[in-house]
Design a protein around this ligand. Sequence first.
Ligand SMILES: [Zn+2]
Length: 87
Amino acid sequence: MVKKKKAKKPIARKITYLKYGFVRTECENYHCPRCNHVLNAGPNYQPQYCDQCGQKVSFKGTEWKEEKELGFVERSGEHEQVEDRVV
Ligand SMILES: [Zn+2]
């Protein structure tokens, strides 16, 4: 008899990042409930397993939130923002 592995719900975490280097943008990242590895999931693609530890994950019932732009970062001549992130 094959033991069925139970799918777990991924952990949603709100993050903010700088889009284009100056737009503060809020979005949600999904993490593996077992090893905390970030799952590359979105409305158009949801992995069934964590590619790090193999934990089965289920995105059933997940509400996909759209990115929210919070505003522009003001550049103060001396301190350049280098917190950019490639999505
Ligand atoms: Zn994992």
